[in-house]
Design a binder for this molecule. Structure first.
Ligand SMILES: [Zn+2]
Ligand SMILES: [Zn+2]
Length: 241
């Protein structure tokens, strides 16, 4: 498997050489040198009204409307900035090698962000937002799952953590949320997710996705998880749109 993926990488490097999006040096999407000069404090905001705050928890007037107990991201999404370009390449151009960038960011910045969110890390379960099976087959991978694995890998070096990418499922294909208005977004996702685990959902959950836009998807998942027994559900994404 390792030999095979190494070979694929060599062919890819030859056919499609990669250049650092910042300094254009060949070899990586965001080279180690550029990444080193860069600090990520995280962005924290109310999951409902998107007002910035210090820990990502819903503000008082929004609390009742939020199934999520908190949300944070590495950065604000910007189409023109590196983060936007990386996410686009990652999602639509099958640039798996970008996971090395996410890995560096998770490694360097995630623990501090998690602690700012006041998440109880012991016995936390990391769960990626699922794609419908037909979409995953078409794309070949679930980008949220790749990020969730990195998050799990890092946090499990610190505490007792679980990972579950099987039990939360998208039971029917949905339209792309970004193209819909608010009401259609809600209808589009109604009853789209289900918990299929043998046991009830874990008590303490960290949901992972690539981008947080309106938040409807993550809120819907958090609601389902709470219906199946979760008590606290937090969200983390690479970027906030
Ligand atoms: Zn560079
Ligand atoms: Zn709010």
């Amino acid at each position: 498997m390792k030999v095979w993926s190494g070979l694929v990488q060599m062919v890819k490097d030859y056919l499609f050489p990669v250049f650092c999006l910042k300094c254009q040096v060949e070899g990586q999407w965001w080279c180690k040198n550029c990444l080193k000069k860069f600090t990520v404090m995280g962005v924290y905001y109310c999951p409902v009204c998107h007002l910035s705050n210090l820990n990502g928890q819903p503000c008082n007037p929004c609390r009742a409307a939020s199934s999520l107990n908190g949300i944070a991201a590495f950065l604000d999404y910007d189409d023109q900035a590196i983060i936007g370009q990386l996410i686009k390449q990652f999602k639509y151009n099958f640039a798996f090698d970008i996971t090395t960038v996410w890995e560096e960011m998770v490694e360097s910045f995630l623990p501090e962000i998690i602690s700012r969110m006041n998440i109880e890390v012991d016995f936390l379960t990391v769960i990626p937002i699922p794609l419908h099976i037909s979409r995953e087959r078409e794309r070949g991978f679930n980008q949220a799952n790749l990020v969730a694995q990195l998050v799990f890998k890092k946090l499990s070096t610190l505490k007792q953590i679980d990972f579950n990418n099987k039990s939360l499922q998208r039971k029917r294909p949905t339209n792309q949320q970004a193209k819909l208005n608010r009401v259609d977004r809600l209808n589009n996702l109604k009853d789209a997710f289900v918990w299929c685990g043998q046991k009830s959902a874990p008590k303490n959950i960290l949901l992972i996705d690539d981008v947080y836009t309106s938040g409807t998807t993550m809120q819907e998942c958090a609601m389902v998880l709470k219906k199946f027994g979760a008590q606290k559900v937090y969200g983390f994404t690479l970027a906030r749109d």
